[in-house]
Design a protein around this ligand. Sequence first.
Ligand code: PLP
Length: 413
Amino acid sequence: MSSDGSKDAPKAPEKVEFYRHAVGAEERAAVDEALRGLFLTTGAEVRAFEGELAAFLDAGTGRLRGRGTGGDGTGGDGTGGALGVSSCTAALHLAMLTCGVGPGDEVITTPMTFIASANAILYAGATPVFVDVDPATGLLAPERVAAAVTERTRAVLAVHLYGQLCDLAALREVCDRHGLALIEDAAHALEAERDGARPGQLGDAACFSFYATKNVTSGEGGAFVSRHPERLARARTLSLHGMSASAADRHGGGYRHWDMLELGYKYNLTNIQAAMLRPQLRRVGELLERRERRARRYEEAFGPVPGLDFPKVAAGSRSARHLFPLWVTEGRRDDYLLALGERGIGVAVNYRPVHLLTYYRERFGHRPGTLPEAERIGERTLSLPLYPGLGEAAQERVIEAVLEVHRELGGDG
Ligand SMILES: *Cc1c(COP(=O)(O)O)cnc(C)c1O
């Protein structure tokens, strides 16, 4: 073989990654600045980020920050707000605890999600009750939630799958009718809005992720948001061992003793992470616009193709466009994954339904066939590359590869 194989062999086109983060010079400068500060852990950067996140989600409604209070969004002024935490999983756990979910309780949720949602219910000692999803969107269906309420139900955990908010007005109504807490897993949906409301405005607690592949990221990180000041305050205490004051709060003035008020966890966000998040939060609109353009191009390309489908964005709904799932022929999805991988296209599966994963099957005795819509989506879904840095030419290669594979596998009938 010649050492210069590049002359004869056609150059393989570059792989289209499933995901690339959009962290750049602004975030690097902000982290550099944070590293020069006194506090590497929770401190002023985190407080500033919490205030900015609360303001962003409140969107001037006064539901998360008192109207006209000019409060810092941290709940100190008697309004709700945001708390930076180490992950969305941690935020979900805090949401369960601050909403009074405990042993013996049931929490109604969706199987079409990442395991973290359901696992948080187990952390609180409660039982997840899975109900089937709307086949057009993959989202929790309010009428199915209403039908699953028992005397043990304590809360509903809604997951804003792929970036689209659940019908929160309808879920709020069900929860109010039965005296239940409404908890939002908004890991996909920071920028979303539906019927004029954003995450955290109608729910009792909303949980966000800043994990490496999320729309806004600090590698790892999350936020707990609540419009109830007392829940926010309790979550803050629980996020740091149940201590009466954080390291930064203890700094300054003379030495003061701290106390431990209840058994808490180690769930705090650091100044380094918050420094990375603040510039991204200022750019979310622009980043969403870029994903929106790509998502619409996929919809335009696959919409008319027989045998291909995707979840629909409802009227009055602005999706955060976190993922672009494509629904292919049932039972053939893994063949699509393999063939796309061979063509250098990064793909993933979001999700196979939680109730059929080994642990959940063994512990709760779930069987296939019980939640047919979620199971059908779980058999058909694959996620295509979608991120602000996905170039037009790269996206056209993805589309071409999908259409080619679809024809080869006979998915078009
Ligand atoms: C990523 C994700 C989580 C978990 O987020 P972490 O920050 O990694 O804990 C929870 N729910 C959903 C729907 C997610 O996609």
